[in-house]
Design a protein around this ligand. Structure first.
Ligand SMILES: Nc1nc2c(ncn2[C@@H]2O[C@H](COP(=O)(O)OP(=O)(O)OP(=O)(O)O)[C@@H](O)[C@H]2O)c(=O)[nH]1
Ligand SMILES: C[S@@+](CC[C@H](N)C(=O)[O-])C[C@H]1O[C@@H](n2cnc3c(N)ncnc32)[C@H](O)[C@@H]1O
Ligand code: SF4
Ligand code: SF4
Length: 345
């Protein structure tokens, strides 16, 4: 039976590579209070307010995602906390779907003082992006002087007992000299310190081969600094919810090291993700600019949520294998033209 036949029978949807979707990354804004050099283009034009999914529409999308079999939703951005009343959205998603595994990826600049509320609302996991532990370098990378706010938010998250993953984009010549400091952070604190291979996304000039620091090199260098033991379960969740990171415990340490290697050792074969951009476009792969425009459907008087669900089902059967797109990209060009801040990572 093909994916489309299953779709008509309302069965769990498999795509032509035998994959099924269970995880939605929902980007709530393309705006951000940082200007990370690898993510933000120079001539940025933000999505106009009319074209941004309203909170009620986001709630409908989550309802539909649940019907599709999605069990895990990640709110991302841009920076999710710059959107007005973002906590309202978190509260209402969890009130409607208390069993949903709702997570957030944030730069943590605006997190301080909100962590307890998030915990009370039912958020159990937070992923924080932090590419350097050096306050001056933080300014160089992000264009803003917010290191202290981020660092103290990490402590607040851990103090509340929320599971914490810290993500750093691995960049040679930028943060490779900080591997000992990052490992020390993971040794001394109950967190996963994860390095993400730098991906060629957005404007062609954002990425450079010279900056690429592959996961195998990070692992080799880290093994010289600490005794690492591979952890069987990728990120501690049920099998189907495994994240893309390969995780290592650090002997004698409280935290762990994680490596996310979309370039050197892809995980497309088990990809369980859909993405929705702030303007309601469904992307079935981070590396593919093919998008399904859900927002006009949702707002159309004769279409609405039913049509959106059908489109989401159909799109789920047509997920590409991103590593093939990466291999086919022209030299010097990005794999996908859309900037990361408008997708959500
Ligand atoms: N190529 C590719 N990269 C991904 C994918 N998922 C996550 N990443 C990269 O990993 C980064 C970190 O992702 P997070 O936002 O922490 O989410 P996650 O890795 O799914 O987190 P967990 O659910 O906690 O494992 C993203 O910003 C992307 O850069 C994916 O499906 N494909
Ligand atoms: C686009 S941001 C959105 C959420 C939030 N603003 C944050 O930074 O956590 C999500 C993630 O994408 C990562 N990212 C952005 N551009 C990337 C690239 N070219 N390669 C790898 N990761 C990238 C960021 O480091 C961040 O961890
Ligand atoms: S990585 Fe996140 S924090 Fe940095 S510019 Fe992009 S969206 Fe903003
Ligand atoms: S590159 Fe595309 S197919 Fe591969 S894991 Fe990422 S989103 Fe999934």
């Amino acid at each position: 039976m093909t994916g489309i036949e299953r779709l008509h029978k309302n069965e769990r949807i498999l795509d032509s590579h035998g994959r099924t979707v269970s995880y939605l990354r929902l980007s709530v804004t393309d705006r951000c209070n940082l200007r990370c050099a690898y993510c933000f283009s120079k001539d940025i034009r933000f999505i106009d307010h009319q074209s941004i999914l309203r909170y009620e529409e986001l709630l409908t999308i989550v309802d539909l995602a649940k019907e599709l079999g999605i069990r895990k939703v990640r709110l991302t951005g841009g920076e999710p906390f710059v959107r007005k009343d973002f906590l309202w959205l978190v509260e209402h998603i969890l009130a409607r779907h208390p069993e949903l595994d709702l997570r957030i990826t944030t730069n943590a600049t605006l997190l301080a003082g909100k962590v307890r509320t998030l915990k009370e609302l039912g958020v159990t996991h937070l992923n924080v992006s932090l590419d350097t532990l050096d306050p001056r370098k933080f300014v160089d990378i992000t264009g803003r002087d917010f290191f202290r706010q981020v660092r103290s938010a990490l402590d607040e998250v851990m103090a509340e007992g929320i599971k914490l993953k810290v993500n750093a984009v691995a960049m040679r010549g930028v943060n490779d000299d900080e591997l000992p400091a990052f490992l020390a952070l993971a040794r001394d604190n109950p967190l996963d310190m994860r390095f993400i291979e730098f991906m060629p996304m957005g404007d062609d000039d954002l990425w450079s081969d010279m900056r690429y620091w592959p996961a195998s090199d990070i692992l080799r260098q880290a093994e010289e600094l600490a005794e690492l033991v591979p952890v069987q379960s990728f990120d501690g969740g049920p099998d189907a919810d495994r994240g893309p990171a390969r995780v290592y415990s650090i002997k004698g340490g409280k935290g762990r090291l994680g490596l996310i290697s979309p370039l050197s050792d892809h995980f497309c074969g088990t990809c369980n993700r859909l993405r929705i951009t702030p303007d309601g476009k469904l992307r079935t792969c981070l590396f593919s600019d093919r998008e399904y425009r859900l927002l006009p459907m949702l707002r159309h008087p004769n279409l609405g949520p039913e049509a959106v669900l059908r489109a989401m089902r159909l799109a789920s059967t047509r997920k590409p294998l991103g590593y093939k797109l990466l291999a086919a990209r022209a030299k010097g060009h990005s794999v996908a033209g859309k900037r990361m801040s408008a997708i959500g990572g």
